[in-house]
Design a protein around this ligand. Structure first.
Ligand SMILES: *Cc1c(COP(=O)(O)O)cnc(C)c1O
Length: 436
């Protein structure tokens, strides 16, 4: 088998399994985000290299030449040919994500490229989907144009039972864009089992350590890695991870009647990615590795900040007087769902490490929502989320489907007291302006 590099003597070289064996237990998330890719080190440099090559030398020895079609798919990580298939930098990013997500992970050029690849792979006739990220609905619209794919309203229990058939997909986004409200994955796992459907989860709003969708039965998990995995608003990325119980499965999902493949699910997804062409760029892969090192630090801080801000807003709103009570109509976030207060509820079990860092605020009128961003000094007015810097978005700017009084807040890693005071001074300035 071809190997494009033998680990130097200085490299720890231990894969996650060997690390686990050495410690007699799995390492914590924070440690895995630094070391789960150690085994890919082929150079004594401590910081990861960035490989930009699109093509890789074949062995010089004719006897070692193995045509691609005859290559062993299990030797994936040692066999580089052309970067539309894979490149060492994105393989490293995937090695980390595989450990952090708890199932084999495959990277894509963007979150939507990942969602598209997931639909091409599972090839359902119907997809149950609720509100949530508008772009995913856009892709289902394209598939409707191509092959008549239909959508079913996720929250309509009767419609799920009446219309879904085996091989269809139940797609759950949790927490949900733009409100940050969580959905009960155990409930949808039961539905998927009853109806013979696949359960796919868009967990972009709750990256590790906030949510483990495989624990609640997801078959495939997707993330827009553009958000928390990148974490610095400077790279596009998408990720699919396959439930470890399904990773070795050789069925061909979809309405063609399935059948067996010589490739596992993960290998089939990689093969399809080679054809769809939506691979991540090398530079983005390199940025992704750098970013994942601090994933847990960032996400914990963002989650705590968001929860404090929501608590503060809800408390101010509850007082019935003051600028928050006057200008803010409603606040929505998973921490305000009724189940959040009950320690035994599905929500407390599903998100034991904290709530997502995004929430939504409805101002009392559309003009207030349009103007609030201009009054803030720390929150940038921009779309997207998940970066270290806090953002607000008058959501009507980029999503035509939402209430025009809605402001989406993505909380960063600043000191929460400063974020609170920024919101407070912004609301006060807004009140003075409209009062004039
Ligand atoms: C941003 C986002 C996507 C799309 O990801 P891109 O990386 O922008 O393609 C999908 N789902 C959710 C929940 C998102 O927030």
């Amino acid at each position: 088998m071809v190997s494009n590099g033998t680990p130097e003597k200085t490299a720890p070289g231990a894969g996650p399994d060997q690390l686990e064996a050495a410690f007699g237990r799995p390492l914590a998330l924070a440690s895995r985000s630094i070391h789960a890719d150690d085994y890919t080190n082929t150079h004594p440099a401590v910081a990861p290299p960035m490989h930009v090559s699109t093509t890789f030398r074949y062995p010089r020895n004719p006897d070692e030449l193995v045509p691609w079609s005859e290559a062993d798919p299990d030797a994936f990580e040692n066999f580089y040919i052309y970067s539309r298939e894979k490149s060492p930098t994105t393989t490293r990013y995937e090695a980390l994500l595989t450990s952090l997500l708890g199932g084999p992970a495959i990277s894509y050029a963007s979150g939507l490229a990942a969602f598209h690849a997931m639909m091409v792979f599972l090839n359902p006739r119907r997809v149950a989907i609720g509100g949530g990220y508008h772009g995913c609905h856009g892709i289902l619209g394209l598939l409707h144009k191509l092959n008549g794919l239909e959508t079913v309203e996720l929250e309509d229990e009767a419609a799920l039972a009446a219309r879904l058939r085996p091989g269809d997909v139940i797609h759950v986004e949790t927490p949900l864009n733009p409100t940050g409200e969580a959905r009960d994955l155990e409930y949808y796992r039961r539905k998927a089992d009853e109806l013979g459907c696949w359960l796919t989860v868009d967990a972009t709003f709750a990256p590790p350590p906030l949510l483990e969708p495989f624990r609640w039965g997801a078959d495939v998990v997707m993330h827009s890695g553009t958000k928390y995995f990148g974490g610095h608003s400077d790279m596009l990325s998408g990720v699919l991870a396959v439930n470890p119980k399904r990773a070795g499965e050789r069925t061909v999902p979809g309405r063609k009647g399935g059948g067996e493949s010589k490739l596992t699910w993960v290998q089939q997804l990689r093969e399809e990615r080679l054809l769809l062409g939506g691979v991540m760029g090398n530079f983005e892969g390199w940025l992704g590795v750098r970013s994942l090192r601090t994933l847990e630090l960032r996400v914990k801080r963002q989650s705590e900040n968001a929860q404090r801000l929501v608590e503060w807003l809800a408390e101010e709103k509850g007082k019935g007087e003051g600028v928050v009570a006057e200008l803010v109509d409603r606040i929505q976030h998973s921490s305000l769902q009724p189940e959040a207060a009950d320690k035994d509820s599905w929500l407390a079990r599903q998100m034991p490490n904290g709530h997502g860092p995004v929430f939504a605020v409805w101002l009392a009128s559309e003009p207030l929502a349009r103007r609030l961003p201009s009054k803030l000094r720390l929150f940038h007015h921009a779309t997207s989320l998940g970066g270290v810097e806090s953002l607000v978005e008058w959501r009507a700017m980029s999503d035509a489907t939402v209430d025009r009084r809605l402001i989406r807040v993505s909380v960063g890693v600043e000191a929460w007291e400063d974020l609170r005071d920024d919101l407070l001074q912004g609301l006060q300035a807004l009140k003075e302006e409209v009062g004039r």
